[in-house]
Design a protein around this ligand. Structure first.
Ligand SMILES: NC(=O)c1ccc[n+]([C@@H]2O[C@H](COP(=O)([O-])OP(=O)(O)OC[C@H]3O[C@@H](n4cnc5c(N)ncnc54)[C@H](OP(=O)(O)O)[C@@H]3O)[C@@H](O)[C@H]2O)c1
Length: 240
């Protein structure tokens, strides 16, 4: 597979796990990363690493990447981020709606209402917020790919993570519906990343999470797949 021309890729949830590993892999391949998460300290550490990971030929004193600490549940924060990328000339070619959370393993009657809301607000409304403010930018440019992180549990059912499953099934429906709304040239895709050893996996799998692959070995496969998506993939449900 040849090197893809440099792109601007926005990833939500870059402070750890899959988002962080993907951001580093894309920077290493010469792409520009726009990222966000809630932890300012982790983003600060990442921006340094991203710059170190840029190909030597692109060395410059300031980072070309743009990281903002924000909560994807806030429509206003996402609106401000969309304004900022326009001002900075970093409208994304690709968006990976990766930020996500999971409820503590529990039967539905033991899941507090606030925890259910947290999962739905992050995993569904967070993605809707991004599509609301970034799709008009992509439509104006007549191109763009949005990858919404789904899960194997967005296509199957399992006990004790019903809030999470509900949110990921919603992402499959949301993605396929929005795919029917966007004009030719754009693509909306639901992507199941496989099973990878992250904080989120440790929450539901406990110590068995360590039996699964690390984000660092997942990221090269994910980056290659994501960079090669085209408008022909619009509406697809894909798996890494
Ligand atoms: N790991 C797997 O095996 C697996 C399998 C299927 C699907 N997925 C999906 O893949 C995505 C990434 O998961 P992961 O395993 O990498 O999880 P993770 O290690 O827990 O990382 C989640 C990321 O999302 C960010 N985030 C959470 N809530 C946020 C909010 N309200 N606003 C902004 N950022 C927020 C976190 O940063 P802050 O805490 O700093 O905000 C963190 O960077 C999720 O959508 C998940 O459902 C993962």
């Amino acid at each position: 597979m040849g090197a893809a021309p440099p792109k601007t890729v926005m990833i939500t949830g870059v402070s750890r796990g899959l988002g962080r590993a993907l951001a580093l892999e894309l920077a290493r391949r010469g792409h520009t990363v726009v990222g966000c998460a809630r932890s300012p300290e982790k983003l600060q550490a990442l921006v340094t690493e991203l710059t170190l990971d840029e190909p030597a030929s692109s060395s410059s004193s300031t980072s070309k990447h743009l990281l903002k600490h924000l909560d994807v549940r806030s429509d206003n924060c996402i609106k401000e981020l969309a304004k900022l990328v326009v001002e900075e000339g970093k409208v994304p070619d690709i968006i990976v709606n990766n930020a996500g959370t999971i409820n503590k393993n529990n039967k539905i009657w033991d899941v507090p209402a606030e925890e259910f809301d947290m999962v739905i607000d992050t995993n569904i409304k967070g993605i809707a917020n991004v599509m609301r403010h970034f799709l008009p930018l992509m439509i104006e440019r007549k191109r763009g790919v949005i990858i919404n992180m789904s899960s194997g549990w967005g296509r199957s059912a399992v006990a004790e993570v019903a809030p999470y499953c509900s949110s990921k099934w919603a992402i499959e429906g949301l993605s396929k519906s929005v795919a029917k709304e966007v004009p030719l040239g754009l693509a909306i895709v639901a992507l199941s990343p496989g099973v990878v050893n992250t904080d989120l996996l440790a929450s539901c799998f406990g110590s068995n999470a360590a039996l699964y692959e690390a984000p660092e070995s997942w990221a090269p496969k994910a980056a290659t797949m994501i960079l090669n998506l085209t408008s022909e993939d619009n509406g697809a449900s894909l798996t890494i």
